[in-house]
Design a protein around this ligand. Structure first.
Ligand code: OMP
Length: 223
């Protein structure tokens, strides 16, 4: 995992802090773990912010060289993310990919089903916010399997690099490494925790309290 920052990654971290999306403090995660930082993608909440966010996802996809036949945004938070990524890929990378998302509740009338937009067929590229323990992404894999499609990979904004936990304590691999080996697909992130740390080191407020607790957290949970 490289901590080397591309210019777009530095811009993305600054953008996430400016928009109040990346916050430092004390937060309880979905897994119950306490974290000194939290990334709330739901706070990219204006037209300009969403447009800019889509360009970062599209850059991460272009940079990774990932190929796909359709983009998929898992409900709820993945829906605007995949939408803005689809627009940015078409507008800035000349890649006009079909796009789909799911309903959490299947509809029995009208067009029925729980997939909206393009059919899930061929190589599906999942666009989501964050992977911590990998629970959310395992649910998405069931949808893709049920549609008879194949996952091309996952693109997320932030790789928290956290290791899962079982009765023997922390596992050897991070949740993302597990997802990659379990499903045989790449997980690409706009930035990783290591890159956030590398950014904080170069920032003026170097060595403040939140930087230190973030580094301690990283040392404790990182694979
Ligand atoms: P896992 O399902 O454990 O991989 O956690 C992913 C989900 O956790 C995300 O889709 C969010 O709902 C939430 N989350 C964040 O949005 N940002 C974070 O920084 C951390 C989490 C989290 O709770 O782990």
């Amino acid at each position: 995992m490289t901590a080397q920052l591309q210019p777009y990654q530095r811009e993305f971290i600054e953008f996430a802090i400016d928009e109040g999306v990346l916050k430092f403090g004390e937060f309880t995660l979905k897994s119950g773990r306490i974290s000194p930082y939290f990334f709330n993608a739901g706070l990219f909440k204006s037209g300009r912010a969403l447009a800019r966010l889509g360009r970062f996802y599209a850059q991460a996809i272009a940079h990774s060289g990932l190929e796909a036949d359709v983009l998929f945004g898992p409900a709820y938070k993945g829906i605007p993310l995949a939408t803005t990524t689809a627009v940015a890929l078409a507008d800035h990378h000349d890649r006009d990919l079909p796009f789909a998302f799911n309903r959490k509740e299947a509809k029995a009338h009208g067009e029925g089903g729980n997939i909206v937009g393009a059919a899930l067929a061929g190589r599906v590229l999942i666009i989501d916010d964050v992977i911590t323990a990998g629970t959310a992404i395992r649910e998405v894999m069931q949808l893709i399997d049920a549609a008879g499609a194949e996952a091309a990979g996952v693109v997320i904004a932030l790789d928290r690099q956290e290791r899962g936990q079982d009765e023997n304590g922390l596992k050897a691999q991070s949740a993302i490494q597990e997802v990659t080996s379990q499903y045989g697909m790449p997980v690409v992130s706009i930035v990783t925790l290591d890159q956030v740390l590398a950014y904080l080191e170069t920032r003026q407020s170097q060595g403040d309290e939140s930087d230190q607790s973030l580094r301690q957290h990283a040392d404790a949970i990182r694979a």
